[in-house]
Ligand binder design. Sequence first.
Ligand code: DGJ
Length: 730
Amino acid sequence: MKKVLFIITLILTIISASVGQPPLGPPSANQPPDIIISVSTLNTDLVYKVNGRDRRLYQSYLGSKLDNISELKQARDAEHLAYATSGTDNLFEPAIRMTHNDGNPSLELKYVSHNIEKPDTNITITSILLKDPEYPVEVTLYIKSYAAEDVIEQWVEIVQKEAKPVTIYNYASSMLHFDANKYWLTQFHGYWAEEMKMQENELTSGIKILDSKLGTRAHMYQTPVFFLSLNEKSDENNGELIAGTLGWSGNFQFVFEVDEKGSLRVISGINPFASEYSIQPGKPFKTPSFIFTYSNHGKGLASRNLHHWATNYGILDGTKPRLTLLNNWETTYFNFNEPKLVGLLDDTKKMGLDLFLLDDGWFANKYPRNDDHAGLGDWQENKAKLPDGLGYLVKEADSIGVKFGIWIEPEMVNPKSELYENHPEWILKLPNRPENYYRNQLVLDLTNPKVQEFVYNVVDGMMTKYPGIGFIKWDCNRMMTNAYSVYLKDEQSHLYIDYVNSLYSVLARLRQKYPHLPVMLCSGGGGRVDYGALRYFTEFWASDDTDPLERVYIQWGYSYFFPSFAVCNHITSWGKQSLKFRTDVAMMGKMGYDIQINGFTEKELKFSQDAIANYKRLSDVIWHGDLYRLISPYEEDRAVLMYVNSSKDKAVLFAYTLNSRFGETFNRVRLQGLDPVKTYNIREINVQPDGQRFRPSESGKSYSGDYLMKIGLNVGSGAALSSTVFEITE
Ligand code: DGJ
């Protein structure tokens, strides 16, 4: 009998091991105990378990906080490897794939130890060391939790101590597992001037991938963000989901794989496409961070969690104020001179704005930058346009009490430039192939330390010469094609990764010297928006599309993952909407102007000056208040959202009527986030130049928070492309 039992156990063990499960059967007497490792925030637990039998690390749980984590010890052994390897018994998509220096194409990871560090009361960093039992390869999983923000950040470090380099083919930042009945994926795709278009689909068996292969301007087609709703679609206030994003300004990949049992694994990290990487012995390979939050109260809470995290940790100087500005791009393009710019400085002052931003076209002499065909790379003032140099403009700005900012695109070069002539070896281009242009330009090879030095000096040289410069817009107008680095020689597959790390090291060096200089991240619009870059930038240019109707959707999309103070919105002459509509749309983020101010009528000027004053008075609520998206433009012909400050005594509500159809009525909108027992006064601001208000206007009335949240407000008119802004004050 004993013999039969033994044989059955043996067979079961072999079967289960072959499909990647922990061996079944009774624990042996000298088996080490299971170990539970939990990572917690205020409302979330992520729990790992080291299985005593096989010493592998499994994900046991991810969800809302458990009363008693130790109960998981009794749970049937989880089958979800925390960081699944490849080459042994894993039959699904791996988090890591490697070939050892002897050619062995497999990796096995066993738990060695873990460590918990608490740099402060809010942050906990848990590191779990895993090791291959046969090869000197170590993989450490890092999980950093931000308690109050309910955000978790994950990354991985790989170290090998073999005799020669080993090659990694996959190297995810995070692997998470879910067991739900259904999965709904919300993605944000787009193109130039069409950023952040939201789509939601059910995941079915097999693999769905969201990724980028563009190298630079990497997020032009797809922003590295997603919602994953479990069991049912989630809405603003209901549903269980995670919101995830990768802090990486290059090629990224999110893999969603639903297996034969309906379990889902989500693998997030750098896109392994054309990027096998050889790691030198002893030199750690660190992945970027995957950042996520879990919510069981819908997307609204997930967004607020990410906004709080971004304000406190994710974006440079997130708690500090931003500057309102006048930009000249759409009013002059390349066609300007000194007197014209001095006029714009005066307009900046007249409007009550903080800063004038001089855009593209101010540089290069041998091949003047008079359009986008020439000059990129030659960062000296163009003598014809700026005979007295930037210093003159900085001084002029200072004398009237406004700041001066400047546009650069230091990673790029036009073939018609001195830089191209002097350093052809600094440029990414394939040997034996014609150069491939996009916007008539090529990408510099930032993996080359000499190029890094050059890019650093573009900024540092300018700032040293003109320390009065108070703002930079850093642009990046093309993706990589025909990508080949002379510098990397036979390590071409390192290019996509080394490029981004080199960019970060230049930015880090600049930040050491200029820790608080405001810098706008731009990539022909929103082609490079992610939390890897935003550690070095204070804000980003969301899109070149400034038509306010389009912007309602674009800004709505960004609002899911990025806080309003970082989303630069400019009032321009795109679109046929009223100045009021354009102003109200720009005001729900970081407001700026890029419009002919001297073409304004007296009324328009007065309206704008008042709107800027309103914005300055309310910007703290708009930038740092809690965002409640009340009516989605994806669901109705209008969009309504509001920001509420933390003491709940001030709120600002924005309502936009986007379209109006015969017989269409708009019901009252119930507000959110207020204090039910407080009484609020409602005041309409940014009233139209002709003084007309929409009827029935709620302006001047007072209601309790209870009334406003249960019954609601009439927030706008039925007229298409009209808007209302309410200041709501206790
Ligand atoms: C693309 C940016 O998105 C624009 O705002 C402007 O700066 C142009 N580049 C200048 O070339």
